[in-house]
Design a protein around this ligand. Sequence first.
Ligand code: UT7
Length: 328
Amino acid sequence: MSLIPVGIIGTGKYVPERVLTNQDLEQMVDTNDEWIVTRTGIRERRLAAAEQASSDLAYEASLEALSNAGIRAEELDLIIVATITPDMAFPSTACILQEKLGAKKAAAFDLSAACSGFIYGLANASNFIATGTYKYALVVGAECLSKITDYTDRNTCVLFGDGAGAVVLGAVPEGRGFRSFELGADGSGGELLKVEGGGSRCPASPESLESKRHFIYMAGSEVFKFAVRIMGSAAEEALRKAGIDKAEIDLLVPHQANIRIIQSALQKLHLSEDKAMINLDKYGNVSAASIPLALAEAVESGRVKEGDKLLLVGFGGGLTWGAAALVW
Ligand code: UT7
């Protein structure tokens, strides 16, 4: 069976209005702007309003992506939402989004692969289109990490933010679109980055609240070491499968967790910093939303031209990782 070339035909993004700066955090925990900027590169992040949930952010980003793709929600065959902060345990955020958009014929499901979720979603959705099963798919990364962040824990609260990015996938001309995916997981590192509370192992209880198990726990330096190793190897593997040389990359769109992790990936790929899309200074780490948000900004600002070779690469809880090589 010959496969249909699949690519991104529209991008969109949304971030909530409220800005939380490093200076604001100085008033909340024992931290300072200098530490946060030099250790992470983050200067500010966006926070959802009390009444906003991930589907609300996803909705705004999706409208923009649909408009840029020039298709109507009713034409969507599939919606995948990658998130670790769903509106609720179920129904899925994808089903809530389907209803908001009026995407009546779309199948819809959430995907849980933490910060790698968007790349996992792209790989899934593109297979449905490549085989002719579906024509159009919406893949969204949407997070309200502020709702699971402990703002008394300086190890984590300086890092995370809220936002959403969305893409529409469809058929593209021969020679364009996705060239390869590289996905992976190492469940042995699951304890390094997690939210225990609220699941079937640790249901919500006065004790689970008291012990703060509904907040993000992260062994930062262990995750850092994993990230530095896996960003380089996942990127190289995706390029090898795609038959693209490092030197040919026009734009790297990495997961926006820490500027030092991005710099080490650039070093491994022998790329200069101007080859990377970096917006973590404005938004912090937005988990599954981070890569689509950065991609949408890159497109919006004219940094991506037809025929450009892009490499998307991320890592996160699970542990998981994912990379995608594509021709725009
Ligand atoms: O997308 C999910 C994946 N997550 C990540 O990618 C995060 C990966 N990890 C990281 O980005 C880094 O490990 C952090 C930014 C979280 C931490 O940076 P680090 O260079 O690994 O610092 P550290 O954890 O080794 O801590 C160094 C020191 C410690 O003090 P002592 O023990 O040396 O006295 C921390 O207590 O920095 C202290 N520290 C802080 N100081 C001021 C930790 N957080 C802060 C803070 N402000 N916010």
